[in-house]
Design a protein around this ligand. Structure first.
Ligand code: DQA
Length: 144
């Protein structure tokens, strides 16, 4: 069972900077992740919050809730949240960081991720497909 987390402003997908993030909505993304989960034989739970503390609690509780791994797009928290970094490093589940846009091709402040180093890896710039690739890794590759 996988947990898909989206952080601040990702509820605005489809409306927010469509030239950067595309025209599909968060609901489209979540339905797509569920469909990929069904295809890959893995149950998927999708959650989004604009609140850092809510994301921390979901990460802290993930293992006891029976999740085996987490795909997270932390939004802008990626670039400065040591609390999010500590939450990720403080629990044993494998975590994959995903960004819809290519953060390394954008503003300088987006080049730095304080969370990527405590994740298994980071996928950036591949649109929604990054979530699927993260899911595939967690299903097939995380224990290898
Ligand atoms: C993002 C990139 C971040 O820099 C930005 O703050 C976001 C979205 C992405 O998916 O490309 O909110 O994580």
């Amino acid at each position: 069972m996988l947990l898909i987390l989206n952080g601040p402003n990702l509820n605005r997908l489809g409306l927010r900077e469509p030239g950067v993030y595309g025209s599909q909505t968060l609901e489209d993304l979540e339905r797509q992740c569920e469909a990929w989960g069904a295809e890959l034989g893995e149950a998927v739970t999708c959650r989004q919050s604009n609140y850092e503390g809510q994301l921390l609690e979901w990460i802290q509780e993930a293992q006891e809730q029976g999740f085996g791994g987490i795909v997270i797009n932390p939004g802008a928290l990626t670039h400065y949240s040591y609390a999010l970094r500590d939450a990720i490093s403080g629990q044993p589940l494998p975590v994959v960081e995903v960004h819809i846009s290519n953060v390394d091709a954008r503003e300088e402040f987006r080049h730095r991720s304080v969370t990527a180093a405590v994740c298994k890896g980071k996928i950036s710039g591949l649109g929604f497909l990054g979530y699927r690739l993260g899911m595939e890794y967690l299903i097939e590759g995380a224990g290898a």
